[in-house]
Ligand binder design. Structure first.
Ligand SMILES: Nc1nc2c(c(=O)[nH]1)N[C@H]1C(S)=C(S)[C@@H](COP(=O)(O)OP(=O)(O)OC[C@H]3O[C@@H](n4cnc5c(=O)[nH]c(N)nc54)[C@H](O)[C@@H]3O)O[C@H]1N2
Ligand SMILES: Nc1nc2c(c(=O)[nH]1)N[C@H]1C(S)=C(S)[C@@H](COP(=O)(O)OP(=O)(O)OC[C@H]3O[C@@H](n4cnc5c(=O)[nH]c(N)nc54)[C@H](O)[C@@H]3O)O[C@H]1N2
Ligand SMILES: [Mo]
Length: 752
């Protein structure tokens, strides 16, 4: 932290007036129209509509405005008055649009008509829904179902997701990757391995009772800002927050509550983290090892461990203890980049707290040994019985607003997670039993040629995945690509021989079906299910709901089946909720009755009750096989690249060019480095450089035009924005257990 003064940084807190200016700057006049304000007022409230931005939970007693700067951006982005029409497409070839950047593509506004790609003119041309469904159905019928992939980007509702997964299985495949495969799949696999549950164990009230929170690699201020409110309240009642992050993220340093007049007037906020440790990327395994070492050392003379819990509920403690004793402080300090004194101070907070929560995000999951880091965090919590009791637990912060829910209702490439026997009987068919493809496997098989069709239920797959250059070339050899979307993005411009772009309703819009206006539901990060009602007039009269589009394609693809009632389901989504309840009775009891429960209804979690669905039937201690989560060893000239999100983006949607909370303005083409590293590399501030891949695999990958920008970061690492730097991530560079791409320590060199 010595170099703070030389580096760009933002002096204001997170929240505060800056957050309101952030909205105004991008949306200008659009943002204060009465209709828009009315929509925002209903956001994240019982009976209102659920934000399309992050998955943070929606409280039972919401604030007057239960939305944050970035939630407002997401909503306004959907409500824009701009339209991307057939006339627009008539004026631009697809090749030309491929030269446009992400921001400008989405700025063309909401898609209005179903479009088909016309290779003769290299343009998208207007088509009818009936023709689109008929041709898509015919194309899919010609293909081997196993060669098709149905991707989902965690936004679509539980109802749509259930229908989509059923459609895939009726057609004949389990190729149902979703954005989770690039995100928290490490959790779904790694956390499940050690606790038996693929999701977090905490509920909102735990944040009202915990004494300490340990934060690993999650950027609350930008990515789940409403979570800052419970954190602020926790700090005010004396809870200690200890953060591990290579970047000093403003939201975890200080927060001014935009809903508090006093705080807004005085500008005086709350200090969030009492300790902030700038761990090296991938160094969390070592950092937690250091803390555990101190806890175990102190436990020699103090009664610190929860022996009854260890005895009754855990497996593997002795082996873990031996591994902690074997790890040397020298190694721990070197791998974590943190001093023994700092780690002991962090461990003291842990020892002094009766109830502890562990939080993590992409800084943990997007590493080659990310699952081992999750195991390590769980190890630390288990030592003092901090899982399965009030005020304590493990809480991954999920990304997309319904990404967790999509997995809950059957969008999964892992057949063992889906009640296939029930589906077989209920719908009278033989569901495919073979494992489907993860995102990385989809990419490998598109390159290899065995994937012939791709359907995207939202998202921007081609832009979000690793290895962009090779993927874009291979993509165009597919026979069929279908994208269901609200706005134009790069994935729509890299298409197969037959390609469709199908525009859908957004969540804030009224979804009118034969039996009246419809409600949809989603599951948040804390496993609570909420109903969401859109009220806005749709952006175009030609839009269909996502459920109607899925049903339209399904009817044209799979033979009629008296038990499969696409039309009835689309007429009235409550019937789909009945199906979900029938399929998952333990989680969705009285679904239709309970969907407007204030704060959502909790689907339950066995690990929270200390029922461990693991191999041993107990919570598992695990011994990491190395002290850092990075895939390749350090060497001269190699840096660990952190691919980052700015405060003005939602994944590949770029709202603007201000990363307000990090003090980076006007550009995304930056290479962030510490002043020491800039000097050591013989570079200077403002110099334009390229990053090239240093993955030792002989593949040339390069991203140029990056301006060297001093920024407080640990040694040996650099930072740059996602998705611009995705061409640098090798496809094979992923978490070992779950195949989540390891986007947080990508091996690169700098070329001046
Ligand atoms: N406004 C907005 N909200 C979003 C999104 C968005 O793009 N914009 N995206 C949504 C989605 S899909 C997701 S998954 C979530 C993502 O939300 P996060 O999980 O917060 O993901 P990132 O911003 O990619 O990075 C997380 C943090 O990890 C830190 N980090 C990097 N490497 C390491 C490491 O090795 N160790 C530690 N301890 N920290 C590290 C980074 O500095 C960064 O602060 O947010 C969701 N919400
Ligand atoms: N290098 C690097 N790569 C990463 C990451 C990283 O941190 N670093 N993060 C990864 C993560 S965590 C994730 S989740 C993925 C994100 O990958 P995706 O989920 O595939 O991408 P998004 O950018 O969220 O998708 C944006 C598009 O979704 C469409 N859309 C928006 N709203 C709706 C809607 O209501 N319905 C439909 N049908 N479409 C809609 C719009 O057309 C918009 O252009 O990227 C991953 N890739
Ligand atoms: Mo994500």
């Amino acid at each position: 932290m010595s170099d703070q003064d030389e580096t760009v940084h933002y002096d204001g807190p997170s929240g505060g007036w800056g957050s309101l200016r952030g909205i105004t700057r991008i949306f200008g006049k659009e943002w204060d129209s009465p209709a828009v304000l009315d929509t925002l007022r209903r956001q994240n409230k019982p009976g209102g509509f659920m934000c399309t931005s992050c998955a943070w939970t929606k409280p039972a007693n919401p604030h007057t405005f239960e939305f944050c700067e970035n939630g407002a951006k997401a909503t306004l982005w959907e409500l824009t008055s701009r339209r991307c029409t057939p006339e627009f497409f008539a004026g631009h070839t697809v090749s030309e649009l491929r030269e446009w950047n992400d921001h400008d593509l989405e700025q063309t506004g909401r898609l209005t008509h179903p479009m088909r790609y016309d290779p003769a003119t290299d343009r998208y041309v207007e088509t009818s829904w009936a023709d689109a469904f008929a041709e898509i159905g015919k194309e899919l019928q010609r293909l081997d179902p196993k060669s098709a992939v149905f991707y989902a980007s965690g936004r679509a509702s539980l109802e749509t997701s259930y229908l989509y997964a059923l459609y895939a299985r009726l057609y004949g495949h389990n190729n149902l990757p979703d954005s989770s495969n690039m995100c928290h799949e490490t959790t779904s696999v790694g956390l499940k391995k050690v606790t038996g549950s693929p999701v977090g164990t905490c509920v909102l009230s735990d944040f009202e009772k915990c004494d300490a929170i340990f934060f690993f690699g999650q950027n609350t201020g930008t990515n789940s800002p409403r979570f800052l409110h419970p954190l602020q309240e926790a700090v005010k009642r004396g809870c200690k927050i200890v953060t591990f992050n290579p970047v000093r993220e403003k939201g975890l340093v200080e927060f001014v509550n935009p809903q508090s007049p006093t705080e807004m007037l005085t500008g005086k906020g709350t200090e969030i983290s009492c300790q902030y440790h700038q761990v090296r990327p991938g160094g969390d395994i070592a950092a937690v090892m250091g803390m555990c070492k101190h806890v175990l050392a102190r436990s020699e003379s103090e009664d610190l461990l929860d022996s009854a819990f260890l005895e009754q509920h855990t497996n593997g403690f002795d082996a873990f203890k031996a591994s902690v004793e074997a790890a040397s402080w020298d190694e721990i300090e070197d791998e974590s980049g943190l001093s023994r004194a700092d780690l002991e101070a962090a461990a003291d907070v842990y020892c002094n707290a009766k109830r502890v929560i562990g939080i993590y995000g992409m800084g943990v999951t997007q590493h080659v040994h990310g699952s081992q880091t999750i195991g390590m965090i769980v190890n630390m919590l288990l030592l003092r019985g901090n899982i399965g009791r009030e005020g304590a637990g493990i809480s991954p912060v999920r990304g997309h607003s319904n990404v967790q829910g999509q997995r809950t209702v059957g969008i999964s490439e892992k057949p063992e997670l889906v009640p296939l026997d029930f589906l077989a009987e209920r719908f009278d068919f033989s569901p495919p039993r073979e494992k489907g493809r993860t995102t990385v496997e989809v990419c490998e098989d598109i390159i290899g040629g065995s994937v012939r069709a791709f359907v995207g239920l939202g998202g921007n797959f081609v832009r979000a995945i690793p290895e962009r250059e090779r993927m874009e070339a291979a993509w165009q050899k597919m026979r069929l690509t279908v994208q269901i979307a609200t706005k134009l993005n790069r994935s729509h411009l890299i298409n197969g021989e037959v390609a469709y772009l199908l525009p859908c309703l957004g969540r804030s819009e009224e979804d009118m079906q034969a039996r009246g206006p419809q409600t949809v539901t989603m599951e948040d990060s804390l496993s609570c299910i909420h109903g969401s009602v859109g009220k806005r007039k749709p952006a175009s009269e030609h839009l269909l709901s996502e459920s109607a589009i899925i049903a339209g394609m399904a009817k044209a693809t799979v033979p009629p089946n008296p038990k499969v009632k696409w039309d009835e389901w689309v007429d009235d989504y409550s019937r789909v909720r009945d199906l979900i309840e029938e399929t998952y009775p333990d989680k969705f009891e009285k679904f239709n009755e309970r969907m407007f429960t204030p704060g959502g209804f909790y689907k339950g979690n066995k690990a929270r009750e200390r029922i461990w669905k693991t191999e041993s039937g107990r919570a598992e201690f695990t011994v990491p096989d190395k002290l850092n989560a990075v895939g390749l060893a350090d060497k001269q000239g190699r840096y660990r690249l952190i691919t980052m999100r700015s405060n003005d983006q939602f994944n590949t949607t770029i709202y603007g060019y201000s990363d307000r909370l990090r003090g980076i303005e006007g550009t995304r083409d930056v290479l962030l480095m510490s002043p020491e590293e800039i000097r050591a590399a013989g570079l200077s501030e403002g110099q334009v450089v390229s990053l090239v891949s240093d993955a030792d695999d002989g593949v040339h990958r390069e991203v140029g035009g990056l301006v060297v920008t001093p920024f407080s970061l640990p040694r040996g690492c650099v930072g740059a924005y996602y998705p611009e730097t995705n061409p640098l991530v090798p496809l094979w560079y992923h978490d070992q257990l779950s195949k989540t791409p390891a986007s947080k320590a990508v091996p690169v060199r700098i070329v001046a």
